[in-house]
Design a protein around this ligand. Structure first.
Ligand SMILES: CC(C)(COP(=O)(O)OP(=O)(O)OC[C@H]1O[C@@H](n2cnc3c(N)ncnc32)[C@H](O)[C@@H]1OP(=O)(O)O)[C@@H](O)C(=O)NCCC(=O)NCCS
Length: 205
């Protein structure tokens, strides 16, 4: 395995954002956290917007499969728990379809608790994750797909630095025909956007 994917990679660590903390999924989850994630997997609204949140026929089945879904041995996906600063688990963020040669991957993110939506946690978690991918794990670029109707997600992704790439008409059993937007983010673009953001909110001179 190359250094970008091995679990022994020392750069997989707790990553601190301003409002969130990211914890590598292979460090494991408490019983309460696992029950919370299982509950999220049965939330139709969340599943509708997110695509596919790992679940299972039973809690036992979920327990048996979730670790490999979060961080499979083939190294094609890495996942992190999104924690609030007080340690509460509020969501998950992943990079999957990882191409080790080109150092690119696809991003997926969700906040499981609906009352946390729209308060800046997602943008903070994704900014923190992108910084980790680019600065600690040597990724060159990342991309994601979202429904064109998911305006909240897109506004968050634009804040992080993602740019619209293309729209495709797709079909999925859960949502039927829909327009799917691909958004891209390179390391250079991320660095530029984040430096501008910090300048904009920095102390007045
Ligand atoms: C997508 C998601 C991760 C974003 O995280 P979040 O913490 O809710 O997002 P933020 O609060 O950081 O930013 C949301 C942006 O959308 C805006 N917004 C909030 N509610 C909105 C709504 N109902 N409609 C449109 N825009 C909305 C906010 O004002 C903010 O934009 P701004 O920073 O330009 O003001 C989170 O909402 C989520 O998990 N949603 C359900 C699952 C999902 O859609 N996952 C993404 C699949 S691609």
């Amino acid at each position: 395995m190359t250094s970008v994917i091995s679990r022994m990679e020392s750069n997989y660590r707790l990553v601190e954002g301003e409002e969130t903390i990211l914890r590598p999924a292979f460090w494991g989850f408490s019983e309460d956290e696992l029950r919370r994630r299982y509950r999220w997997s049965h939330d139709d609204v969340l599943q509708y917007w997110s695509g596919s949140i790992p679940g299972g026929r039973t809690f036992r089945h979920f327990l048996d499969t979730v670790a490999q879904r979060d961080w499979p041995d083939d190294g094609r996906r890495i996942s992190y728990a999104i924690l609030k600063r007080d340690g509460e688990l509020v969501g998950m963020v992943s990079c999957y379809n990882i191409d080790r040669e080109r150092r690119i991957g696809e991003i997926g993110i969700y906040l499981g608790e609906k009352d946390t939506w729209g308060h800046g946690l997602g943008t903070d978690a994704l900014t923190t994750f992108a910084g980790h991918l680019f600065n600690d794990l040597s990724f060159n670029s990342v991309y994601l797909h979202t429904y064109q109707s998911n305006v909240r997600a897109q506004r968050s992704y634009v804040r992080v630095g993602f740019e619209n790439a293309e729209v495709k008409r797709r079909y999925a059993p859960r949502v039927g025909y829909h327009d799917e937007l691909r958004m891209d983010l390179t390391r250079e673009r991320f660095t530029l956007v984040q430096s501008l953001e910090h300048r904009a909110v920095g102390p007045a001179r």
